[in-house]
Design a protein around this ligand. Sequence first.
Ligand SMILES: [Zn+2]
Length: 80
Amino acid sequence: MPNSTEPAPWIALAEILAVMPDVYRRLLDDHTPAANGCGRCRACTVPGTGSPGAVWPCSMHQLAVLARKIHDRPLRGRAE
Ligand SMILES: [Zn+2]
């Protein structure tokens, strides 16, 4: 396990997302701070209300950032 403060299940999930750039890019596009400056995620809304719910950065954003980090990490022996 590399040095990280992320719990192991997050790493496993992020590694799966890392091979799906379309998915994590979409998450990064969607899970952004709400425009009204409330400090909450515009995608993680309160159910039934459509108003921003989760405090930003939300867990989905953090997961997508981790996936991007894994994707962009130089791999030894990668044929590129
Ligand atoms: Zn969110």
